[in-house]
Ligand binder design. Sequence first.
Ligand SMILES: Nc1ncnc2c1ncn2[C@@H]1O[C@H](COP(=O)(O)OP(=O)(O)OP(=O)(O)O)[C@@H](O)[C@H]1O
Length: 254
Amino acid sequence: MSQNNKAKLCVSNLDLFYGDNQALKNINMNIKRNKVTALIGPSGCGKSTFLRTLNRMNDLIENVKIKGQIEVDGENIYNTEDVIKLRTKVGMVFQKPNLFPMSIYDNVAYGPRTHGTKDKKELDKIVEESLKGAAIWEEVKDRLKSSALGLSGGQQQRICIARAIAMKPEVILMDEPTSALDPISTLKVEELIQELKDDYTIVIVTHNMQQAARVSDDTAFFLNGELVEYKETKIMFTNPEDKRTEDYITGRFG
Ligand SMILES: Nc1ncnc2c1ncn2[C@@H]1O[C@H](COP(=O)(O)OP(=O)(O)OP(=O)(O)O)[C@@H](O)[C@H]1O
């Protein structure tokens, strides 16, 4: 299962139930390291649910039952007691920027501080590197002490990415990270995603097929909780195998 050296995450026989409602049905998927993998499919097909299983965010929801196995670097994440460590390794960026009402600096330093980094010089370094990594340093370097909530939506989303990077994750999960952004900010975040894959494994949920085609290396198409098709993005968008994939990407439904 985890013999595939390229795979960062190996998902096998994954089922997920919300009460009696089965939201994920026997998902099998190897997600490649240092690649961008897009999850697409119509509303309610299970994309966000699947994304959340990858760092156990569904644990926080009542009545959820999960079967099957998810390995990160060969380790089953549902066996570990240390969920905090898992979420450090597998970070997440949400649909809407969700910064704290504090300064830009304090937002980025928040995670490292709560994990015990107190040294001012070290924090300065982490903040600068993370903001550079999220391609927002030049825009904010002279106002690090100002409120993060004074930034534009697109800038806030890049600060959220910087905040994720500050924890030194290996995988970054993104749930429709540009859906609340204007086209120019969207483009900036898309460019950033492309740059980030040199250092991280990225899994992104998107409703926007052009976006999946622009940013991802591999694409997975979900429908009614099933993984219908999963392959290289280039091939998926030019030569889909399954009629349902073709119907979806050509805009016939969803
Ligand atoms: N917290 C929850 N409790 C119960 N059912 C849920 C919960 N979250 C999602 N579901 C159900 O699970 C199914 C999959 O939802 P999910 O949000 O994963 O789909 P999605 O593909 O991400 O949709 P969208 O594109 O609209 O965000 C839906 O039937 C949804 O109603």
